[in-house]
Write a protein of this length. Structure first.
Ligand code: GLY
Ligand code: MN
Length: 376
């Protein structure tokens, strides 16, 4: 379901509060997910100029009709003014900024390329426009950190729909199947469950490949004794879900059982640590401490989780303290994955991933698929 007009108005108010703090006349929003969040316009192209009074959306011919239909629906964007883009988005943007008289203009540093910024800067200079460009970070992303009621409903539904997808793949996984075949079964099941597309390249990593955290799916055939990491998710109404289970082909070895039990314990401990007020890095530390106790600290080389929403990887990042990752205290309404793993090169690996929603008292696990080591 798309956000209703009142929900969009509340999002605009949150972003406008930041625009005020930054003393901007306008924020140029170029990141597609941020444009969608603020307008419901879901396109591969578009630029939004959010001011205190209006939401100026620049779109080309391809989106004219869909934006018109959107504006006649209960999901209409409040204060929307549509600007036609006959040719160049950058030219249309400069024209819009000049017409509305915005002189202190923020842009999204994480999205605008150096090339695009240089074009804007030199065009402003050459045309003597009264436009000062200011780099901003995390303005819309901060608003997106806490999901509203419509987003939570969609994320809850998206996570729930992974249960039949998991069942379909568990029924199909067997020795002799190629990884790519299994990925195909998963992706067909995602479509069958009503997802519009996979949220990322499906991972089916078998045997030694399961020790490669971001392996995709190749031509290896599953064989008895393998651990198989199945990592998949779908996009529902724009919102992402993400689940990982690790299964065994035939009876797992004692080492495979040990690895799985350690990762499972780390994941449970991390989920139990999720509640309001806790720092993102503290949840990671809990998972890491459990794996370290099991002698697997070195085998866990990635973060414990990532936010989920319009993007499959967004804030909050659940990782160790890093200068490039904002420190975030958990608050009700945040949604993220908890996915510790342990990887032993040459042997194999285990990852277990669920999606959680922070509640007033702890968290709600949105994904519902058994976590024990299944033998298929
Ligand atoms: N599940 C894939 C990822 O988090 O990158
Ligand atoms: Mn993930």
């Amino acid at each position: 379901m798309r956000a209703t007009s009142p929900l969009l108005a509340a999002r605009h108010a949150r972003v406008r509060a930041s625009i005020d703090v930054l003393s901007l006349d306008a924020l140029v929003v170029t990141a597609a997910s941020n444009i969608r969040y603020l307008t419901n316009h879901a396109g591969t192209a578009g630029v939004l100029v959010l001011t205190r009074e209006a939401a100026h959306l620049l779109v080309d011919f391809r989106y004219r009709e869909s934006v018109r239909a959107l504006q006649e629906s209960p999901a209409a964007c409040p204060g929307l003014k549509v600007w036609d883009v006959p040719a160049s988005y950058d030219e249309a943007l400069l024209g819009c900024l000049a017409d509305i008289g915005a002189s202190v203009v923020g842009f999204e540093a994480a999205d605008v390329t150096v090339k695009r910024h240089e074009y804007w800067r030199s065009a402003v200079e050459a045309r003597r426009l009264d436009v000062g460009l200011r780099s901003t970070e995390r303005v819309v992303e901060e608003a997106r950190l806490i999901k509203d009621a419509s987003e939570i409903a969609t994320l809850r539904e998206a996570a729930a729909r992974l249960t039949p997808v998991a069942q379909a793949v568990f029924a199909d996984v067997a020795a002799g199947r190629q990884e790519r075949h299994v990925a195909g079964v998963l992706e067909a099941a995602l479509r069958g469950a009503g997802f519009e597309r996979p949220a990322f390249d499906t991972i089916v990593a078998s045997g030694p490949n399961s020790a490669l955290p971001h392996y995709r799916a190749g031509d290896r055939r599953l064989a008895a004794g393998d651990l198989v990491v199945l990592d998949f998710g779908g996009v529902l109404d724009g919102y992402c879900s993400d689940l990982t289970r690790t299964v065994a082909i035939g009876p797992p070895s004692p080492e495979a059982r040990r690895l799985h039990a350690a990762v499972h314990a780390a994941q449970q401990a991390a989920i139990a640590a999720v509640r309001p007020g806790v720092e993102n890095t503290a949840v990671d530390a809990v998972a890491r401490a459990v794996l370290t106790e099991h002698g697997l600290g070195e085998a866990f080389g990635h973060g414990t989780g990532h936010g989920l929403g319009l993007d499959v990887h967004e804030e909050p990042r659940i990782t160790w303290p890093r200068p490039d990752v904002p420190a975030v205290r958990l608050e009700p309404g945040m949604v993220f994955t908890v996915e510790p793993g342990a990887y032993l090169p040459g042997f194999g690996g285990v990852r277990i991933e669920d999606d959680v929603l922070v509640t007033e008292t702890g968290c709600e696990v949105l994904t519902r698929v058994p976590r024990e080591l299944l033998t298929l």
